[in-house]
Design a protein around this ligand. Structure first.
Ligand code: EPS
Length: 374
């Protein structure tokens, strides 16, 4: 079982993560992780903090001479904006964890809540996800994402081939593959910034090159779609997850909701459609995994919402702290990290062992058998 924990507050000394359950013999290097961290910092609509930070991970345990040794991998990302003795805050932001966090722990202010609930923690997740992505790459699995809508402005065109999405998304300031949509989205972000408002949106994560059979239909807690959905919902501000046709499947008749099965000797079994989003019965089908997540607008508004002071109980405007107008492009990168973590876990479960060489043998043997069966 692969698992990780993060620790760290937004303005504490550092974020740290411990990733446990990795096999020995996996190449890991800081430059690779840092490339992913830079992707998370990027995006039109991000706030002042990203000008201050240049997130860099140090591998502080679990790797020797560029490869894992089977021990837990600990990662450290220092905070440049490390502040001591930040003032108390008593004006909770509607939609943030502020009020419920204070009630839960009996605090009479929210500094003790927001420091940990800040989306800054997701930098540690992206570092963990980078290591998992590296494992998946060893087996030809590619994980990428793009933004399909922000503030109600959606993409209208997309490349036919999945393979063409990453380069287009990476070249766009809002990670949209449709340049016309990019212009509309940027204008919407500018207008929201002008109003002191924030915008949410939807991002899509795709994984190519997955073998069939990852996950399980046998028990509820081993279903891969359930695990991916939980991982994505756990990202700050994510409120919904859908696979393939998504909620539209509920409005589509059965004759057009499923993926018909074909066979020819060269290709084996194949489907012409991928309405399932690459998962049938909680298990990968071998087609691309396609999952989308909906992110709500950030709850720190420069034009604040109405709230109540925690100490005086008087009506007051919510606190205004530095924040982003829109962080959907960054959320896509975090989504990739969470999906990579779940897929790496499912990979180890299926081909499981504690050494890369043994996992590779199990994987290759399985693929030979799948091809023979088809
Ligand atoms: C973030 C760091 C935070 C916020 C943002 C994301 O830094 P600071 O509070 O110092 O500006 O910019 O967090 C939120 C939007 C939030 O609501 O928590 C980051 O590193 O991604």
């Amino acid at each position: 079982m692969l698992r990780f924990l993060t620790a760290g507050e937004s303005h504490g000394r550092a974020l740290v993560a411990t990733l446990e359950g990795l096999p020995a013999g996996l190449p890991i290097d800081e430059d690779y992780i840092n490339g992913q961290l830079a992707r998370r910092q990027f995006g039109y609509g991000r706030g002042g903090r990203m000008q201050i930070e240049q997130d860099r991970a140090e591998i502080i345990s679990g790797g020797i001479r560029g490869e894992t040794i089977g021990a837990p991998v600990a990662l450290w990302i220092g905070n440049r904006d490390w502040r001591k003795d930040e003032p108390d805050i008593t004006r909770p932001r509607p939609g943030h964890t502020d009020l419920v966090g204070a009630l839960k722990y009996g605090f009479d202010e929210v500094r003790r809540v927001l420091e940990r609930s800040s989306a800054r923690e997701t930098a540690a997740r992206v570092a963990v996800g980078a290591v998992c992505r590296r494992l998946l790459e060893e087996f030809g699995v590619q994980v990428f994402s793009h933004v399909t809508e922000i503030g109600g402005e959606a993409i209208r065109t997309r490349p036919e081939r999945w393979e063409d999405i990453p380069a287009l998304a990476e070249a766009s300031a809002v990670r949209c593959v449709d340049p016309e949509a990019e212009a509309r989205v940027k204008a919407a972000i500018d207008a929201a910034a002008e109003r002191g408002d924030t915008l949410g949106g939807v991002f899509e994560v795709v994984a190519l090159g997955l073998p069939p059979g990852l996950g399980s239909y046998v028990h509820w807690d081993r279903k891969l779609d359930a695990r991916i959905a939980a991982a994505l919902i756990s990202i700050n501000a994510v409120k919904g997850v859908e696979f393939g046709l998504g909620f539209d499947v509920a409005r589509t008749p059965g004759s057009r909701a499923h993926d018909e099965i074909f066979h020819d000797p060269a290709r084996g079994f194949y489907r012409l459609t991928n309405r399932s989003g690459g998962i049938e019965g909680g298990t990968t089908s071998g087609d691309p995994l396609v999952v989308r997540a909906a992110m709500k607008p950030l709850s720190t508004l420069r034009t604040p919402l109405r709230s109540v002071d925690l100490r005086t109980k008087e009506p007051i405007e919510a606190v205004v702290v530095r924040s982003d107008v829109c962080a959907v492009p960054a959320a896509g990168v975090i989504g990739e990290a969470m999906v990579a973590f779940v897929l790496a876990d499912a990979f180890l479960e299926k081909f499981g062992s504690d050494a890369m060489a043994h996992i590779r043998r199990a994987y290759e043997q399985f693929m030979v058998e799948v091809r023979r069966a088809t």
